[in-house]
Ligand binder design. Structure first.
Ligand SMILES: Nc1ncnc2c1ncn2[C@@H]1O[C@H](COP(=O)(O)OP(=O)(O)O)[C@@H](O)[C@H]1O
Ligand SMILES: [Mg+2]
Length: 185
């Protein structure tokens, strides 16, 4: 029984993490970092001469290598710390993180709504401030239902800044503009 349920694990892929959902734990999702080991190691190998030379040292290359190897771990860890430190009501709760290697977050139902109307609402609520992270905030897959709309992907410092500044206002405006989403799941 347990084995057959475990077999039915749903996998969703984000940009830096893989999300596992099992019917055995219907209220939880597990977030596991994606480590692009092959690309990361290959880049270190091909760029090694540039990286050793102070004149050609390139921050962009290091950033790219970091993105491949540990962005998912960092996102997991920052997501957990941000929830723990702020307990902001707009955040989908993250219960536990093992140093970013694995996170447990409350499961939410993904929102289904008009993408253009959603982005316009956030754009207005933040007084255009969400433009600095527009890819993230215009992506409805990053939001879910849990007694109203909550954000489920908040590991990036840029995203966190916007939530701190405008989180409450975004929630109020979403409630007003999307009464159909303002329900307990
Ligand atoms: N708490 C959750 N409940 C339901 N689905 C989730 C949850 N967290 C993530 N997902 C799904 O997994 C996808 C990837 O997760 P996300 O946290 O956005 O990872 P990434 O930072 O890699 O983009 C989301 O777009 C969403 O579809
Ligand atoms: Mg995401």
């Amino acid at each position: 029984m347990v084995v057959s349920n475990l077999r039915k694990i749903e996998i969703r892929k984000g940009t830096s993490r893989i999300i596992l959902i099992s019917s055995l734990f219907p209220n939880l999702v597990v977030k596991v970092p994606i480590v692009r080991l092959r690309v990361g190691v290959k880049t270190i190998f091909t760029e090694r001469k540039r990286l050793h030379n102070k004149e050609t040292w390139d921050e962009e290359v290091w950033w790219g290598i970091g993105w491949c190897l540990y962005k998912g771990i960092l996102d997991n860890w920052r997501e957990y710390r941000f929830y723990k430190n702020t307990k902001h009501q707009f955040l989908q709760p993250t219960f536990f993180s093992l140093l970013g290697l694995i996170n447990f977050q409350k499961r939410g139902e993904l929102i289904q709504c008009d993408y253009v109307k959603f982005w316009r609402c956030i754009h207005n609520a933040t007084d255009r401030g969400a433009m600095s992270d527009s890819h993230h905030f215009s992506e409805t897959r990053n939001f879910c239902l849990n007694s109203g709309v909550k954000i489920l992907d908040y590991g990036s410092p840029r995203t966190q800044l916007i939530i701190k500044k405008f989180g409450v206002k975004i929630m109020e405006d979403l409630d007003l503009n999307f009464p159909e989403l303002n329900r307990v799941t």
